[in-house]
Structure formats: structure tokens, C-alpha cells
Design a protein around this ligand. Structure first.
Ligand SMILES: [Zn+2]
Length: 395
């Protein structure tokens, strides 16, 4: 495919974005310095209010889809192109407003820039992506509308598995001809073309209490059962296949001189292909139902789940398109696979073409060292904008 030079109509959108670097940083400071852990509804909604304020000031239609427990969803739209409302009609820009950090984190370490890197809670994961999406929507609104209708979803609970936002994401993805998720880009202009799926499981084991000195033989140790189950569960890991099991939390027992009447564990299962999930779950169930210590019983429940971002031909074509657009702008893009999960898996499972991690580049997410490469804000916004322009031209 030949890379068409940037056309004058495209240039207007790209130039508008290039002039917004300072404004992007101003909005980013506001978002990073606002509390927004997944369970902090008021904080996550305040981040949404900042975004709404920016978008409404730029004439973008916004609606709020209320949620009682977690933050509301902000849904923004920019009209354009054909007015079709069926399948394959929109381009969806996704991002989550919640972070993994506890309340008060922004006041402990507020936004700062040092040596070209910005720091602060959620600066890359994924407040910079939210800023980028808001400015890309604004660019099309400023420059006479989008080539096809654009939908921006600013969701609220990704870091805990999107319990409330998943159906909203799936409904929007079903209508989309392309989905871009603005999770942080990888160093070296990487985007993510595939992700593992993940299941978080809770295991509860019941035994029988007895005095450890006086009548040990009357007891049934739930802790011994747990220990044997952990060894069996970890043996299911198949690195070549990409299936992994990690028992990340354990607890149990009553006192040091009591045979443990109960024990529990939390288990993280990751897999590449949907069929691998079923196979692994069958094996996990078999281990849960096996009493290595006679007389114990066990129960398993699913606490949360992410679907895999499967590398489909549709998504590969969208990735190739994105890479071409980056090439036109001298932003060489590469794709990578990751074991980390994200909302892009829910979107991809509807059949929509998806590229993930198109946000500004950053690293060390979920840690105090999290950073954003400030100079990637504008080029990543421009690459996304040009990808949207040229998807529209194909329509
Ligand atoms: Zn994220």
C-alpha cells in the first residue's frame, strides 16, 4: 500500500492538534490531581466532570449514563459522515477514568514534569489517553465534523474488571467499524494487538477444628488441604501455551494450637485463546473437587473476569491501517502482545476490529514510578486522528 501524503483537509485537523500541546497538559494536570480510585465514585465522577467541562466548551455533545455504585459513564459524540445507525457505523474511542491508587495519592505526589517525563497517579494509565481522546474529538468538532460518527466512552471501573461498564462497552463496540482503546502506548511507539484473558477466582476450603495438642486426630486441616491444592493448581501453568495460574493470596486458620477449620485463596488464571479458558477451568474445578485431605470440602467462585484481545484478521487490518498512518506522520509504530488485561478484550469479543494502547507512551503503570513521555501527546493524537480520517475516506 502506498502512503498518501497528508491532504490539506487532513492537515487542518493535524495542525489544530499540534497547537494544543499546552492545553492538553493543562487538562492532564487537572485529571491527575483529582482522586479517582475505582471505588471512589465521587472522585471518578469529578474526573468525568473535568472532561465534560472541556468537551462541552468545545461544542461536543456529552451525556452521562448514571451508575449508583461506581462512577458514571460519560459518553461523547461528534456527528459526521453518513447518518447510518446500524452496525459498522461508528468509530469508538475508549478510556477508563479510574486508577488503582488510594484516596489522597494526588496530594501526596501531585503532577510534575521532569526531564520530559510527567509523573503522578494515573498519568499514563490512563489520564493522558483520556486527554488525547477528548482533544481528538474536539479536533473534529472544530474542523467541521468527523468523517464518520465518533463516540468517546469515558468509563469508570476498568481496574476492577469493569463490572458496571462492560455492557456499555459491548453495546457501543457492536455498532463500531473500528475501536481504539487509549491505554498507555508502549515505549518505542508500541501499541497492543493482543492481550490475554484473565479470571480472578476465590477458593474457600472447610475442614474441622480440634485442639492441636489434646485431640489432633479429631481435626481436619483446611490449611493442609489448601497447601496441596496450591501445588496442584500451580502445576497447571503451561508457559508455552500461555496459560498461567497464580495463587496470589492465601489465608486460613484460627489459632496456632487449633487444627485449621477453614482456609481460602485467590487465584489468577490467564490464557490466550478462549478455548484455553474452558480447559483450564475444567482442571481447576477437578482440583477444587478433589479432597487431598479426606473430610475437607471446597468451593470456587469467579470474582472478576477479562476477555482476551484475540488477534483477529479484522483487528490485524486495523492495526496495519494505524501503522500506515503513523508512517505518513513519521511515527513508526510497532505492535506487541501482553499478558495484561484491559477493556479492549470485551470490545473485541463482539467482533469489532480493535487496536489497544494507542494512548500517549508511558510506563511503570500501577507504581509510584509511573511516567508519561510528554512529547508523545501530540504525535499519538495525530496518528489516531489520521487513522480516523482515512477510515472515513474508505467508507
Ligand atoms: Zn488502564
Amino acid at each position: 500500500m502506498t502512503k498518501a501524503e497528508v491532504q490539506p483537509a487532513e492537515r487542518a485537523v493535524l495542525d489544530w492538534l499540534a497547537a494544543q500541546r499546552g492545553a492538553m497538559l493543562s487538562l492532564l494536570v487537572k485529571l491527575v490531581n483529582t482522586d479517582g480510585g475505582s471505588y471512589d465514585k465521587a472522585g471518578v465522577d469529578q474526573v468525568g466532570a473535568h472532561l465534560r467541562g472541556f468537551m462541552e466548551a468545545h461544542g461536543i455533545d456529552c451525556e452521562t449514563l448514571p451508575n449508583e455504585r461506581f462512577g458514571d459513564v460519560v459518553r461523547a459524540t461528534v456527528e459526521g459522515g453518513a447518518t447510518s445507525t446500524g452496525a459498522n457505523s461508528t468509530i469508538l474511542l475508549m478510556g477508563h477514568r479510574d486508577t488503582v491508587f488510594p484516596k489522597g495519592e494526588p496530594s501526596r505526589r501531585p503532577f510534575k514534569i521532569e526531564n520530559g517525563r510527567a509523573y503522578g497517579p494515573g498519568v499514563a494509565d490512563m489520564k493522558a489517553g483520556l486527554v488525547m481522546n477528548a482533544f481528538v474529538l474536539a479536533a473534529f468538532r472544530q474542523e467541521g465534523g468527523a468523517p464518520v460518527p465518533l463516540v468517546g466512552l469515558f468509563t469508570s471501573d476498568e481496574e476492577i474488571g469493569s463490572p458496571s461498564c462492560r455492557p456499555v462497552i459491548e453495546a457501543e463496540a457492536r455498532r463500531a467499524r473500528a475501536v481504539f482503546n487509549s491505554e498507555p502506548g508502549r515505549p518505542g511507539n508500541g501499541v497492543v494487538t493482543g492481550r490475554k484473558g484473565g479470571v480472578f477466582l476465590r477458593l474457600q476450603i472447610t475442614g474441622k477444628a480440634a485442639h492441636a495438642g489434646a485431640n489432633l486426630k479429631d481435626g481436619i486441616s483446611a490449611i493442609e488441604e489448601l497447601a496441596r491444592k496450591v501445588i496442584a493448581l500451580h502445576a497447571l501453568t503451561d508457559l508455552n501455551r500461555g496459560t498461567t495460574i497464580n495463587v496470589g493470596l492465601v489465608s486460613g486458620g484460627q489459632t496456632v494450637n487449633t487444627v485449621a477449620p477453614s482456609a481460602s485463596a485467590e487465584i489468577d488464571l490467564r490464557f490466550v485463546a478462549p478455548a484455553d479458558r474452558a480447559a483450564a477451568m475444567r482442571e481447576i474445578e477437578r482440583i477444587v473437587q478433589t479432597s487431598f485431605v479426606p473430610g475437607t470440602s471446597a468451593q470456587l467462585e469467579i470474582a472478576g473476569e477479562f476477555l482476551p484481545l484475540v488477534e483477529s484478521p479484522h483487528s490485524q487490518a486495523l492495526f496495519d491501517h494505524y501503522v500506515d498512518c503513523g508512517g505518513v506522520l513519521d511515527v513508526p509504530v510497532r505492535g506487541e502482545f501482553t499478558g495484561g488485561c484491559a477493556d479492549s478484550g470485551f470490545a473485541a469479543a463482539t467482533g469489532a476490529p480493535v487496536v489497544c494502547a494507542v494512548g500517549p507512551v508511558g510506563g511503570r503503570a500501577h507504581s509510584p514510578e509511573e511516567y508519561l513521555e510528554v512529547d508523545t501527546l501530540v504525535p499519538r493524537a495525530q496518528t489516531l486522528a489520521l487513522s480516523i480520517l482515512r477510515l472515513g475516506a474508505r467508507a
